[in-house]
Design a protein around this ligand. Structure first.
Ligand SMILES: Cc1cc2nc3c(=O)[nH]c(=O)nc-3n(C[C@H](O)[C@H](O)[C@H](O)COP(=O)(O)OP(=O)(O)OC[C@H]3O[C@@H](n4cnc5c(N)ncnc54)[C@H](O)[C@@H]3O)c2cc1C
Length: 462
């Protein structure tokens, strides 16, 4: 009996077997057996992905959930692919350190984070997962297990592909001239190798962090503040929520959210070593930007967690509403170069107001010119029009020099966006890399590229 496999997007696939190997030798044996028999393999982490990447169209699901090594030492940690991000953070905190990537969803596995080059709110200061990986141990499709250290160059011929001028990107393969193995495999969405283990960089935990949720009476003031605040020293988070997002959050937070609030920015600033009184400085900044007096500020870890929970509640509410409406989530992951942020937001606001009044939210990583638009379909017609809107918005982001996927990857639900960003020669060059590492095209079939052997059901694509 086929086993149903889904992920946080609600996309469903089917596996003939769900395998949970415990050692590199077991993974290697499974890969050799599958390749000899021509059986497709899909790697799986915790299933929090939102593009259907881990949902196979048959074959074997190889879940790395039993790879749980976790040793945190000074400056680095050895982490098995199946370790949840929250466990890694807890182990790092015990040593006075932290792991910088912060993709909001703490139950995600490190292997999944590496496969999608996850980033999240703190990437504003620290960049995405790729930057923090020092070595990767992977199972390749010839059945070998290899460890690639940072700096180890790709040792096969390939055509370099220009990357967009955005601060983050997870669309297609990362193939700069003189590319490195670690960088290529990180973000390849489980289509080139199975990640077993990694050595990740840990940073010293700051002694003091100021967090704020700053409410604004209108969007214009909030967006002007974004441009003014980007250069604030040691700012590690600059997140945005629009009015419809706040309306949704009021269902849980009620009067805690000021009545006059129509937009909000969330900030975190590391205070260690900063001169002056940062709290006073924030009060001044807020006043001159037109922020509301009853905004929230805090300096304790408890405050920070409370504010982060506020942020995390939003995508959960969106997912719940979409589920209740009985439709798949339509959510964008486009980013543009920082200087095009205002242009992209103008496009979002004007076209969404016109076409999806009362059925959309915009929130996310505005510091990186990377916000998520969610269309909350209430009918099949909304869903179809929403899909068309997403394609149009992706093309607009690309026309501004942006990316069709900044942090979630394309998986199966968004692979049709790849040709908007890369020309046929560039896609052919990526496929050539795939063929070198996976000659029978068995790993992660139907993710990033349409599968060459089966017809994909693309009716849920966005
Ligand atoms: C509420 C919510 C908020 C989120 N916010 C963010 C955010 O702010 N930033 C962000 O970047 N992401 C975010 N995500 C997305 C998600 O957390 C990431 O995509 C995560 O990295 C997926 O990890 P996972 O272990 O769940 O992987 P899965 O969903 O199991 O798999 C994801 C992909 O990785 C591949 N894969 C998984 N493990 C391996 C492995 N060991 N080897 C090879 N391939 C593998 C799979 O084949 C699939 O293609 C959010 C998700 C949710 C539900």
């Amino acid at each position: 009996m086929p086993i149903v496999v889904d992920d946080a997007s609600g996309y469903q696939g089917e596996a003939d077997r769900w395998l949970t190997p415990e050692s590199p030798e077991e993974v290697s044996a499974l890969v050799r057996e599958a390749v000899a028999a021509g059986i497709p393999i899909t790697g799986s982490g915790a299933g929090t992905g939102i593009t259907g990447g881990r949902c196979p169209k048959g074959g074997w699901l190889i879940s790395l959930e039993k790879f749980r090594r976790l040793d945190a030492g000074p400056g680095k940690a050895h982490v098995g692919a199946g370790v949840p991000l929250k466990d890694l953070q807890a182990a790092a905190a015990k040593t006075g350190q932290f792991y910088a990537p912060d993709p909001t969803e703490y139950t995600a596995s490190l292997g999944g984070n590496i496969a999608t080059n996850a980033s999240g709110s703190r990437s504003f200061r620290y960049g995405s997962t790729r930057r923090h990986i020092q070595s990767l141990t992977v199972a390749l499709m010839d059945g070998t297990v290899r460890t690639f250290r940072r700096g180890e160059k790709l040792d096969f011929p390939y055509t370099p592909i220009p990357a967009p001028a955005t601060t983050k990107n997870t669309a297609g393969y990362f193939l700069p001239a003189q590319g490195e193995w670690v960088d290529l495999l990180c973000g390849s969405e489980g289509t080139l190798a199975l990640v077993l283990d990694a050595e990740v960089q840990l940073l010293k935990l700051p002694k003091s962090i100021l967090s704020g949720v700053i409410f604004f009476p209108d969007d214009t003031a909030a967006l002007a503040a974004v441009e003014q605040w980007r250069g604030i020293p040691q700012l590690q988070m600059l997140e945005y929520m629009d009015e419809p997002s706040l309306v949704m959050l009021r269902s849980q937070y009620g009067e805690e959210i000021p009545r006059a609030a129509c937009a909000c920015l969330m900030v975190e600033q590391e205070l260690d070593g900063l001169p002056g009184d940062p709290v006073d400085e924030w009060v001044e900044r807020m006043d001159s930007a037109g922020g509301l007096e009853d905004s929230w500020f805090g300096e304790t870890a408890k405050d920070r967690e409370r504010f982060r929970q506020f942020r995390h509640t939003l995508p959960e509410l969106v997912n719940q509403r979409v589920r209740n409406n009985g439709h798949h989530k339509l959510s964008s992951d486009f980013a543009v170069p920082i200087e095009r942020n205002a242009d992209m937001l103008r496009f979002y606001r004007e076209s969404l107001r016109r076409e999806f009044t009362g059925k959309h939210t915009i929130y996310g990583h505005i510091g990186d010119a990377h916000v998520h638009v969610n269309i909350l379909s209430e009918s099949h017609d909304d869903f179809v029009r929403g899909g068309a809107w997403m394609r149009q918005a992706a093309a607009h982001a690309v026309s501004l020099g942006g990316t069709v996927s900044a942090e979630h990857g394309l998986g199966k639900r968004k692979l049709h966006l790849l040709p908007l960003m890369f020309n046929p020669n560039e896609i052919a060059a990526m496929k050539e890399v795939k063929r070198i590492l996976d000659p029978k095209w068995l790993l992660g079939q139907g993710t990033i590229f349409p599968d060459p052997f089966i017809t994909l059901d693309l009716d849920v694509s966005i």
